[in-house]
Design a protein around this ligand. Structure first.
Ligand code: ADP
Length: 443
């Protein structure tokens, strides 16, 4: 027994015995003393209970005896509990912050597939909103067979399931269900649209490249078969055949070179080589090559270039891009047509404009023109091999992107096309030259 209580009990007994001795009612007084003591202790216990229920003022005067010790003990425990609660709530806050920052949608499900918690990303990807959807079954909110399959399977599937996002069907989600704890499951949805698209582009690219190379190869092996089957034809018939074979070989070589250049541009994430490029000189060279390419077509060329305006960039990449635009103008402009090349600067930066009076491009083709292997007139390229590879403008787009520039295409069917490259002011350099802007005309 507690020392304080023992002392009090002794005191009560003594006082009761003294009162009994004085009154001659010893037993009655002792009994009254004992009952009084029990009632007093009972009252103290009741006050302790009230204090535990939150009435702080009840603790006054309860600091002695076993009840006082109980009070100390409870206070100590309460303090520990408060500290732990604070720590836990801090941890919970940190955890919620972390899950909020997660790029994946996360939904906690109970054994029946009912939602017990979800992060904000789940609303954007799956349309699940916490706390609104708490307690609802996930399958009734995200209605897709992939979810049903996931919930049914016992083991966690390695690859998960793919499905379109119920919020935005253009996005593809990868769903995985991770079991944890007692019957709890974590549904994790990741946006894999870009990954799926990249895989599709890659496989399309391989299919297209093989297809494009097969056409000239088939033509070539056809000629070779004719030549090796019977007797060799006389020279006057042999020569055109050999020329056609050479043309197909040239076509394949050109395509492989363009493919290599494109893959170099795509793989090379590093900044292009940066040096001051004399654009007007570059354009004069390209114009010369274009005139040779045009042969008998006798196109009328106009070159107007600001000699003092240069670019910081990679000369070989810029040559490839600009030559593609000018050679296209030659290729798609009938004999006698006009090709104008203009290089100038203004407050928005520097601009290269290649304008022709050629066959033009129907408006609905314009958005897809810079895609790899995209051609307006596919049949022409396949049948007689005279068309291009469909890679030229893809190369132009990549080179411009690497130089912070963009391509603008305007065209009217039957009237002609304009290709404009806009370079930002920061890529423009002033060349140390005294001459006045050049004008060149040639046909
Ligand atoms: P290609 O090697 O076939 O020329 P490009 O990527 O350079 O490939 O061009 C894609 C398509 O855009 C071409 O097939 C052609 O139909 C069209 N095109 C490009 N430049 C012109 C132009 N100046 N005039 C008309 N059509 C053009």
């Amino acid at each position: 027994m507690h020392r304080d209580d023992l002392r009090r009990m002794l005191l009560v007994t003594l006082l009761s015995a003294a009162a009994g001795w004085l009154s001659g009612e010893l037993l009655l007084c002792l009994w009254l003393g004992a009952v009084g003591y029990i009632l007093w202790q009972q009252r103290r216990l009741e006050r302790l209970l009230q204090w535990m229920r939150g009435r702080r003022e009840e603790a006054k005067g309860l600091d002695q005896g076993v009840v006082g010790e109980l009070l100390d003990h409870c206070e100590l425990r309460q303090e520990r509990y408060r500290k732990r609660k604070k720590k836990l709530s801090n941890m919970l806050k940190q955890f919620q912050k972390a899950t909020r920052a997660l790029p994946d949608a996360t939904v906690v499900l109970d054994g029946d597939g009912a939602i017990t918690w979800s992060n904000p990303r789940a609303e954007r990807l799956l349309g699940v909103q916490w706390p609104r959807d708490g307690g609802r079954r996930i399958a009734s909110i995200v209605r897709h067979p992939a979810v049903v399959r996931l919930l049914r399977q016992q083991d966690q599937a390695e690859a998960g399931e793919e499905m379109p996002s119920p919020v935005d069907p253009t996005r593809v989600l990868n769903l995985r269900l991770v079991p944890y704890g007692k019957g709890q499951r974590l549904l994790v949805a990741r946006d894999v649209t870009e990954v799926v698209q990249a895989a599709r582009v890659r496989s399309d690219f391989v299919a297209n490249a093989s297809h494009e190379l097969r056409t000239p190869l088939t033509v070539l092996s056809g000629y070779l078969e004719t030549l090796t089957e019977g007797e060799l034809p006389p020279p006057e018939r042999l020569l055109p055949l050999l020329q056609k074979m050479r043309q197909q070989c040239g076509r394949m070589r050109h395509m492989v070179e363009e493919l290599l250049l494109l893959s170099r541009l795509e793989q090379c994430e590093a900044e292009p080589v940066r040096e001051a490029v004399d654009v007007s000189l570059l354009l004069a060279e390209i114009q010369q090559q274009a005139m040779e390419l045009g042969g008998d077509a006798r196109h009328l060329f106009y070159l107007e270039a600001d000699h003092r305006l240069g670019l910081t960039g990679c000369p070989s990449e810029l040559h490839a891009a600009f030559a593609n635009l000018v050679f296209n103008a030659v290729q798609y402009t009938p004999p006698g047509g006009t090709i104008r090349i203009r290089w100038y600067g203004d407050e928005q930066g520097a601009h290269l404009v290649v304008r022709d009076t050629g066959i033009g491009i129907p408006a609905h083709h314009l958005p897809r023109l810079t895609e790899r292997f995209y051609r307006v007139d596919d049949s022409r390229a396949r049948e007689d091999g005279s068309g291009g590879t469909g890679l030229g403008l893809a190369i132009v787009k990549h080179v411009l992107q690497r130089h912070g520039a963009r391509l603008v295409i305007e065209s009217e069917e039957g009237k002609g096309s304009t290709f404009r490259c806009d370079f930002p002011p920061e890529s423009v350099v002033e060349l140390d030259r005294e001459e006045t802007p050049a004008r060149a005309e040639a046909d």
